[in-house]
Design a protein around this ligand. Structure first.
Ligand code: AMP
Length: 301
C-alpha cells in the first residue's frame, strides 16, 4: 500500500490554498471534524470518508465553546503525535489543526447560533449550552472546508441529529454521512474519555453496552412494550453500582422525541457517570441493514 504524505495546515488561508486546486478540478471533498485524541472510531470515519470522496480533510480542534465551566476542557486528552500517525495510516490528505483564533476570530462580538430545541434535551439538559457550542464550531469548520460530505459518528447520536438539522436548516450543500459506533471487544464504545477510567471503572462501564444489548435482545424476542425493554436494560445497569445512570431514554431517531412503543425508528440513548467520567452510548432497538452496529451479544437474564 502506498501512502501519500498528509499535508498539515493551521490557518484558514492555508487550508483553502490546499483545497482550491482539487475543488477546481471537481474532486469530491469529505470532512471529518474531531477533537483529536484519535482512536479506532475516528479512523473508521476517515475510512468511510476515503470511500466516498477524493480528498479527505480531518480537523483536530478541542472546541472550548462546547465545554461547560465545570467540564474537562483543560484535562481533555491531547495526543498530537499519535493523531498525526493515525491520520497518515488512514490515508487522510489534509490535517487541519487550527487554534482558537483561526476558528473564532479575535473578539467576542460575532454571530451566534443556537442548536434549538433538539439541543435542550438529553445531553443538552445535563450540559446546558453544549450543543450551541457544537453548532458554533461545526458551522465555522464547514464554512472553512466547504466539503461535499460531512462524516460523523453515530456514537454521538444527538449531535448527529442536531448537525443534520444544522445542514438542512442553513441549506448547506453538504451530504451528512453517519457511521456506526466502533466498540472495544467487550462492547464499550471507543471514546477519548475512556482514558479517564480506572481499571475498576473500566470493568464496570461494560454495563452500558450490555444494557443496550439486553434491550435489543428483548426487542428481537418480539417485545414492543417500552417498560419491558427498558427493564432489561436497567437490570444490566443496576448490576454495576459504580455506574450512575443520568438518563436511559427511548426516542425517535430523527426527532429525538420520546416514544412509548418500539418500532424501526426507535433508538435507545444512555448517559452514565462511571467514577468521574461521563459516558454516552446508544443503539437502535431493531437494527436493520442500513443501521446495523456491532453490539456484542449478551446472555439473556
Ligand atoms: P470526538 O473527537 O470524539 O468528539 O468525535 C469526533 C467524531 O468521531 C464525531 O463525529 C464522533 O461521533 C465520532 N466518534 C467518536 N467515537 C466514535 C466511535 N467509537 N465510533 C464511531 N465514531 C466515533
Amino acid at each position: 500500500m502506498t501512502t501519500t504524505p498528509v499535508t498539515h495546515v493551521a490557518t484558514v488561508p492555508e487550508l483553502r490554498a490546499q483545497l482550491s486546486a482539487p475543488r477546481g478540478e471537481g474532486r469530491r471533498i469529505a470532512f471529518v471534524p474531531t477533537m483529536g485524541a484519535l482512536h479506532a472510531g475516528h479512523a473508521e470515519l476517515m475510512h468511510r470518508a476515503r470511500a466516498v470522496a477524493d480528498i479527505v480533510v480531518v480537523s483536530c480542534f478541542v472546541n472550548p465553546t462546547q465545554f461547560g465551566p465545570t467540564e474537562d476542557l483543560s484535562r481533555y486528552p491531547r495526543t498530537p503525535e499519535h493523531d498525526a500517525e493515525l491520520v497518515a495510516a488512514a490515508g487522510v490528505d489534509v490535517l487541519w489543526r487550527p487554534d482558537e483564533r483561526d476558528v473564532y476570530g479575535d473578539d467576542d462580538a460575532g454571530t451566534r447560533l443556537l442548536a434549538g430545541p433538539l439541543g435542550d434535551i438529553l445531553e443538552g439538559a445535563s450540559r446546558p449550552g453544549h450543543f450551541d457550542g457544537v453548532v458554533a464550531v461545526v458551522a465555522r469548520l464547514l464554512g472553512a472546508v466547504q466539503p461535499d460530505v460531512l462524516v460523523l459518528g453515530e456514537k454521538d447520536f444527538q449531535q448527529l441529529a442536531i448537525l443534520r438539522r444544522l445542514v438542512a436548516d442553513l441549506l448547506l450543500p453538504v451530504e451528512v454521512v453517519g457511521v456506526p459506533t466502533i466498540r472495544e471487544a467487550d462492547g464499550l464504545a471507543r471514546s477519548s474519555r475512556n482514558a479517564y477510567l480506572s481499571p475498576e471503572d473500566r470493568a464496570a462501564a461494560v454495563a452500558i453496552p450490555r444494557a443496550l444489548a439486553a434491550a435489543r435482545a428483548r426487542a428481537a424476542d418480539g417485545s414492543r412494550e417500552l417498560p419491558d425493554v427498558l427493564a432489561a436494560a436497567r437490570s444490566q445497569l443496576a448490576a454495576q453500582p459504580r455506574v450512575e445512570v443520568d438518563y436511559l431514554v427511548a426516542a425517535h431517531a430523527t426527532s429525538l422525541a420520546p416514544v412509548t412503543r418500539v418500532d424501526d425508528a426507535t433508538v435507545l440513548l444512555v448517559a452514565a457517570r462511571v467514577g468521574s467520567t461521563r459516558l454516552i452510548d446508544n443503539a437502535r432497538l431493531l437494527p436493520g441493514p442500513d443501521n446495523a452496529d456491532h453490539l456484542p451479544e449478551v446472555p439473556h437474564d
